[in-house]
Design a protein. Structure first.
Length: 181
């Protein structure tokens, strides 16, 4: 079974999590501001800390704008949503932002709703980000993870990323993936 895709330019995501029915992967759209806010608000404090590296209680208007006003070229943002909910309900957010000075290099970020963690969704989304980044001309994808976030470090390692200490912050580990030639 394949997840439903609703935006032009999207590529298929073959779900590997057990209850993928009723979900779809698509690019974030301008009308998704409130759904993105709800997604953040529904994350546990620990999941927020793992994603943003600080204890955010709420998204500031500036951060919400940064997360939702994306051009889908330099800043690509994908969401997985549950279908059939009365309002759009996101269960994951995965994105990368290309470096303006070096467009072939991009930083990625990934968050999965607490109830969906541990089901393989993050692993599949990271593989999707790698494929999408490569299709967009990105040859190096990197992410910065708290050193205590063992699950994300394992996910990055399994995705073929080279892990190394962050050069300026001892609390962070940097994962770097280089697209094969």
């Amino acid at each position: 079974m394949r997840a439903t895709l609703s935006r032009p330019g999207a590529s298929p995501l073959t779900p590997v999590w057990p209850d993928a029915r009723g979900t779809r992967l698509r690019l974030l759209a301008p009308e998704d501001v409130e759904a993105e806010r709800r997604f953040f608000n529904d994350l546990s404090l620990n999941s927020r800390h793992q994603r943003f590296h600080v204890g955010l209680r709420e998204l500031s208007p500036a951060l919400l704008t940064l997360l939702t006003e994306v051009d889908q070229q330099r800043h690509r943002a994908w969401i997985v949503e549950q279908l059939g909910a009365p309002t759009p309900t996101f269960i994951a957010d995965a994105r990368f932002v290309s470096d303006a000075a070096e467009p072939g290099r991009a930083e990625f970020a990934l968050a999965v709703a607490d109830a969906w963690q541990g089901r393989g969704l993050g692993r599949r989304l990271l593989a999707h980000l790698q494929a999408d980044a490569r299709a967009q001309g990105v040859h190096t994808l990197f992410g910065e993870v708290l050193a205590e976030n063992r699950r994300m470090l394992a996910l990055m390692r399994d995705a073929g990323m080279r892990l190394q200490p962050h050069p300026a912050d001892g609390w962070l580990i940097r994962g770097i993936w280089t697209a094969p030639d």
